[in-house]
Design a protein around this ligand. Sequence first.
Ligand SMILES: Nc1nc2c(ncn2[C@@H]2O[C@H](COP(=O)(O)OP(=O)(O)OP(=O)(O)O)[C@@H](O)[C@H]2O)c(=O)[nH]1
Ligand SMILES: [Mg+2]
Length: 438
Amino acid sequence: MIDTEKTSHKLIGSAFLVDIRSPDAPTERSEEHLAELEKLVETLGITVAGRQTATLRHPKPRLLMGQGKAAEIKDAAENAGAEAIVFDWELSPSQQKNWEKLTGKPVVDRREIILDIFAARATSKEAALQVELARMHHMLPRLANAWTHLSRQKGGAKGTRGEGEKQIEVDRRLARDRIARLRKELRNIGKRRRLGRKKRTRASVTDVAIVGYTNAGKSSLLNALAGSDAKVEDKLFATLDPTTRQTSIMGLNILLTDTVGFVRKLPHSLVETFKSTLEEAALADFVILVLDVSEPYLDEHEEVSISVLHELGVDTSNMITVLNKIDLLDTDARDAALAKRPGAVPVSARSSEGLDALKSMIAERVSGSPPPEVFEIPPQDHDLLELACKTGRVISLQFDDDGKAVMTAVVPWESRNLLAQHRVDKHSTDNIQELQTT
Ligand SMILES: Nc1nc2c(ncn2[C@@H]2O[C@H](COP(=O)(O)OP(=O)(O)OP(=O)(O)O)[C@@H](O)[C@H]2O)c(=O)[nH]1
Ligand SMILES: [Mg+2]
């Protein structure tokens, strides 16, 4: 269970959710955004009292929307008995203040909710410092809101400054000092991490980072590949600290790192502060992008993940894309998903299906060439033998009495997809090593 003591919205019991949608955006998308916001809010233990979408052509500076629409949302939130309003939209400090004045309730945006989840989930010192830094950045421009009541009550005579204003300056100075100290501490932790990485580079171990949208199954995949027991939960942001496990895939030494998940509109301050943790992804030899194939908004999740990776300076040209949770799809849906992403590897971290193919692909990336595999091809599919000869390297080929071909070959990934159904799946790491030494 999440530690709500560490969140700033621990006093909110129920919230009314508001999504802002442009008139051209599909309504289902708004539904999906609200459903995701609901999951985020519930992660904090806050119940959802109701939700509404406001359609806006141009956001307005004061309340995002006109007075009439704002009053409508205020009434809807009140009728639903909500104690707070959460926007799936970045509110400026002044918009937040205006909404709070209008409704007399706490009004927060999606970024604050995510910051709170991170704050509650942070267990390591580094994660806690990073979250605090992100929060300070978020708070700094909002300090003025907290003290305006003092300014109004005790505002000095013309030309002199009110109590509130002085207090804002003191607070700002304190906040800036704290930010500087946090940065310094994080720099030191980063230095130590880099030293550790240098040692690994010298030991010629390949670094592979597992990245992707939150809840896609990254930790489950780490566990399935490395036989580890990283925390797996049907919750958003179960993982905050990178977990690294050493494993051997087809005789190759690999360090697999599970990283913090991505989400739509990840607060920029969080991406900034988690950069050092996410450096694991940027400095990895390559990354494995995990996509939840059962997710209806898979395309958007993929887009978000890739854009965060680019923001982090990750090279995505040699990335392996994994379509996880394939066990949840029927045959037709599987075919459709694979047709859409022909280079992706379908797997199920839960049932282990497809893991052999993924391991082959990882070995191929690490060693620069695909490993040999064994295929049994019935006579009716013998045209695939030609494909293997043309695109790959056939090491041995034998036919049994029924005309079935038993082929050991190195085939590139594209052809391997076609040959996959004939691969002798039980070929294990040991098999491969045996083949390589004979
Ligand atoms: N059906 C099915 N469920 C899976 C599979 N892989 C993971 N899950 C489930 O998906 C949920 C999330 O899995 P995690 O491995 O925690 O996902 P994650 O990407 O590490 O999530 P965060 O750390 O929260 O970002 C859990 O309930 C898993 O049991 C799979 O292959 N099939
Ligand atoms: Mg995880």
